[in-house]
Design a protein around this ligand. Structure first.
Ligand SMILES: NC(=O)c1ccc[n+]([C@@H]2O[C@H](COP(=O)([O-])OP(=O)(O)OC[C@H]3O[C@@H](n4cnc5c(N)ncnc54)[C@H](OP(=O)(O)O)[C@@H]3O)[C@@H](O)[C@H]2O)c1
Length: 321
């Protein structure tokens, strides 16, 4: 992105946390922002806090029809995108009962992965019209069972994608009918890494396709990413945040994580092709963004292709009803 002032960046998950902080940086740098927000209220609140040129696109990612509609409006308007940033995400930590999207798809997978695959597939033509396009996907180190966070609880694994093969209504992507909110989140982040791999294969290294992990990001007000945590009451969450942030100092601030996301969106040094970056804890209270290997399953190109194909089928069958 040689000319930052003329770059058009579409960002999902811009109303809170990492995405909001990235939007502040990018808008101050003069980029034109298209911010996908779930509601007019969150859009208004977000836009009112930004200094530069930004427009909101209202869309609930839990509804594939809404995603298709907002993409079709962009296609009709001929908007050229310089960067597509797929950052929105949610986690139902501690939940043992699945919730479902408008199309009857488990919500973690539907929002974190499927909606973003649909957006990427529909908007690729608009990215390919840019002189310097790029795709950035916010994944997480929890996708990797050998990472510190990936080891806590059941590890990510998609098995042979049996749930996805069975169609809408599955609890877990690997076909298990026992829902585990923490594992569903890890699985969705593994899907994000595989989606980046598959998009890079389809694009034949025509642009940077960057997956990344922001580290453990906790907001001061116990809101943000941990707001849907079913197990902990506000006091429990506050204690967790105090220990992780103030005693162990292993957390990253939303502002720093947002700066890193903005950097990944704009850094001209990042080469075309797939890359994966992790914001690693390197010292007491210190982090460094490093190019890192994904998990072995996250590097499985056959699985990446199969995940894309089955997801495409699920999108088609869900939106044709
Ligand atoms: N926080 C962490 O420790 C951490 C660690 C690793 C990776 N990540 C990843 O980082 C990304 C950003 O997370 P965050 O920490 O910034 O969390 P956050 O503060 O909860 O922000 C999540 C964003 O996603 C949006 N979103 C969620 N569901 C949506 C839906 N159905 N339709 C439209 N937008 C929706 C939210 O919109 P609303 O404001 O309307 O809810 C919000 O803007 C996620 O992909 C997450 O998986 C986070």
């Amino acid at each position: 992105m040689a000319d930052p002032a003329s770059s058009c960046v579409l960002l999902t998950g811009a109303s809170s946390g990492v995405g909001f902080e990235a939007a502040k940086v990018l808008s101050a740098q003069g980029h034109q922002l298209l911010l996908l927000c779930r509601s007019q209220a969150t859009a208004d609140q977000t836009l009112s806090q930004l200094s530069g040129t930004a427009r909101a696109l209202i869309c609930d990612l839990a509804d594939l029809a809404a995603v298709a509609e907002v993409c079709s409006q962009l296609l009709d308007s001929g908007t050229v995108l310089d960067a597509l940033v797929l950052n929105a995400g949610l986690q139902y930590a501690g939940a043992s009962a699945a919730q479902f999207s408008a199309q009857g798809i488990e919500l973690t997978f539907a929002v974190n992965q499927l909606a973003h695959q649909l957006m990427a597939s529909l908007l690729l033509p608009q990215l390919l019209k840019s002189a310097r396009p790029r795709l950035v996907i916010t994944a997480s180190e929890v996708h990797n069972p050998v990472s510190g966070a990936g080891k806590v609880g059941k590890p990510a694994d998609l098995g042979d994608l049996a749930g996805l093969r069975a169609g809408a209504g599955f609890a877990m992507v690997n076909g298990s009918d026992r829902f585990d909110g923490n594992k569903a989140y890890k699985d969705s982040k593994l899907c994000n890494v595989l989606m980046a791999r598959e998009l890079d294969r389809q694009l034949a290294a025509a642009m940077p396709v960057i997956a990344w992990s922001p580290g453990l990001v906790i907001t001061r007000n116990n809101g943000g990413f941990f707001r849907y945590n079913k197990r902990s009451n506000p006091l429990g969450m506050g204690a967790f945040a105090f220990v992780a942030r103030d005693l162990l100092r292993i957390t990253e601030s939303p502002a720093n994580a947002g700066r890193l996301l903005a950097q990944l969106v704009t850094d001209p040094q990042i080469p075309p092709g797939f890359s994966y970056y992790t914001n690693k804890v390197v010292s007491f209270g210190g982090h460094r963004l490093e190019s890192t290997d994904t998990s072995a399953e996250g590097a499985d190109l056959t699985k990446a292709e199969e995940l894309w194909r089955l997801s495409e089928q699920l999108i088609a069958s869900s939106t044709c009803r």
